[in-house]
Design a protein around this ligand. Structure first.
Ligand SMILES: Nc1ncnc2c1ncn2[C@@H]1O[C@H](COP(=O)(O)OP(=O)(O)O)[C@@H](O)[C@H]1O
Ligand SMILES: O=P(O)(O)O[C@H]1O[C@H](CO)[C@@H](O[C@H]2O[C@H](CO)[C@@H](O)[C@H](O)[C@H]2O)[C@H](O)[C@H]1O
Length: 487
């Protein structure tokens, strides 16, 4: 049981220490704005040695509207943690314990080991002092890996929306097992599709996703309205907090492989074809294991309406799209008239960076969280597999576009076209139906994805915006004309 010092004072307050640090974190969404934090809930893990305090805050940030809820795990230490200066959140004075060094917990091996133990069902979460108003409810969901123990850990570097800890565990037989624990940063009410979909695929025996080892789920008071503290009568949100999986060391992601191939003009058809095959295999397993929904007229109309409203939002955020608005509309009109297959669960944010090439295993798909810019309710619904197909086709175009950007005058168009066709050949051979036969629909999903990308680039990488804009020009040759001008 964590030793809590009721009535002790801490200076600066934990919330203020977090506020001074959170703005510079990669996963903090309101970049450039002043964080306005409201702790909703906190829970603890025990350090078996009794040395390190481990506390996780679930905290609403009113810098955005609606507020975003973040998971902020911290460790408290009496002396600095060697090699972890970059992960220091702050130094606070505790009225009983004295100086405490506060760390971003994923960088602390004590947290990593205890979080993994919680995820696989070896230890339980404990209460935290600020949770008096709310019954804490955090639990592990072991997935058949009892007796494992994390022995080494480090945080995966890179531009990520979550924080991933990679490390080595020993299993119940003392064998080393590489593992990854993804700590979700922005929390939402509802099951995390990454945990849900990869769990279903792994349980079906698919090797197209890493094996699932365990997860952490929890409930916390809803964020409610800005400026209001979490109250005992606040609604409750329930969702996943972390996910532990098999780690595949030394695997190269398809984005890096494709970039090298596009840069050298090396044929990527064989890899693209097997990727199409793997994609169709995963789609068919998801359709088999999870509920599907018929494409009735209401659902089709709703989907087209969502596309139109995403397009309108994209035009509002990127004014250079305004001249393309009518051409976009025409693409969605055509899709509305098409035959739609059933809706099913899909990957949702499928691109080359989400796929690993694993020697002797082939392509392994990661990160089934869906597009981070879409609300969770949309990301956990059934959808069209063509959204994933379009995502990957766009990604080949991005690989070519990125090479063209860095080597002016070089055209990667043949390379892109070749990879795209091979991907669809592989998909068609496995699925038994060819995405190219659903042209109007595929076109709509390509446009929808390119518009999403324009918004993503405006917000995150303005230097890349030329890639989706050029793609839209290619997809919408009539852009700039009004509907009346078109034949
Ligand atoms: N099981 C795994 N084995 C090997 N590498 C992985 C694994 N899971 C994730 N990675 C690496 O971590 C990166 C980020 O993981 P991802 O699930 O996409 O996180 P995020 O949601 O933060 O984008 C991936 O692109 C991949 O390089
Ligand atoms: O962070 P996620 O991987 O979940 O996805 C987001 O970021 C991606 C960029 O890292 C973005 O993908 C876009 O850029 C890729 C190249 O960096 C390209 O391969 C993709 O085709 C393109 O969509 C993705 O859209 C976004 O959701």
């Amino acid at each position: 049981m964590a030793l809590l010092h009721k009535g002790a004072s801490i200076s600066p307050a934990k919330k203020d220490a977090i506020a001074a640090w959170i703005g510079s974190q990669r996963w903090y969404a309101a970049k450039g704005r002043t964080p306005a934090l409201r702790p909703l809930f906190a829970w603890r893990l025990d350090d078996p040695e009794g040395e390190v305090g481990i506390e996780t805050f679930v905290i609403a940030d009113d810098a955005t509207s609606p507020p975003i809820v973040y998971q902020v795990p911290l460790t408290y230490r009496g002396a600095p943690l060697g090699g972890a200066d970059a992960a220091l959140v702050g130094v606070v004075e505790h009225s009983v314990l004295g100086t405490r060094y506060v760390y971003d917990a994923p960088h602390d091996p004590v947290y990593a080991a205890q979080l993994f133990a919680l995820a696989i069902g070896e230890v339980e979460a404990a209460s935290s002092s600020i949770t008096d108003a709310v019954e804490p409810a955090v639990n592990g969901i072991g997935m058949g890996t009892r007796g494992w123990r994390l022995t080494e850990s480090r945080v995966l570097s890179g531009e990520q929306s979550n924080t991933s800890i990679i490390g080595m565990a020993v299993d119940a037989d003392g064998e080393p097992q590489p593992v990854i624990i993804k700590v979700f940063r922005a929390l939402a009410d509802g099951r995390n599709p990454d945990v849900e979909l990869q769990g279903v695929l792994a349980a079906a025996g698919s090797t197209r996703v890493p094996a699932s080892l365990g997860a952490v789920a929890g409930s916390w008071p809803e964020a409610g309205k800005p400026g209001r503290k979490a109250a005992p009568d606040a609604g409750v949100a329930t969702g996943h907090l972390a996910f532990a999986q098999e780690f595949l060391p030394g695997a190269q992601d398809a984005w890096r492989e494709a970039l090298v191939a596009a840069g050298h003009g090396t044929d990527f058809a064989a890899g693209a074809r097997t990727l199409g095959d793997a994609t169709a295999e995963v789609h068919s397993l998801l359709a088999e294991r999870l509920p599907t929904e018929p494409a009735d007229p209401d659902r089709v109309a709703e989907t087209i309406a969502e596309m139109r409203s995403r397009a309108a939002a994209a035009v509002a955020e990127a004014p250079q799209l305004a001249s393309r608005a009518d051409a976009i509309d025409a693409v969605y009109d055509a899709a509305a008239q098409a035959d739609w297959p059933a809706f099913q669960r899909i990957h949702g944010d499928y691109h080359l960076g989400q796929v690993l090439h694993v020697p002797e295993r082939g392509w392994v798909l990661l990160d089934f969280e869906g597009e981070p810019l879409r609300p969770l309710a949309e990301r956990t619904r059934t959808d069209q597999p063509l959204r994933d197909v379009a995502g990957m086709l766009r990604s080949f175009d991005y690989a070519g576009g990125s090479v063209e950007q860095s080597t002016r005058g070089h055209s990667a168009r043949d390379w892109v076209e070749n990879a795209q066709q091979a991907f669809m050949d592989g998909y068609a051979a496995r699925a038994g139906h060819d995405p190219r036969d659903a042209q109007a629909l595929l076109f709509a999903y390509l446009v929808d994805k390119a518009l999403y990308e324009v918004v993503y680039e405006v917000r995150n990488r303005p230097d890349w915006i030329g890639i989706p804009l050029t793609a839209l020009d290619r997809l919408l040759p009539d852009a700039g004309q009004t509907k009346e001008d078109q034949p």
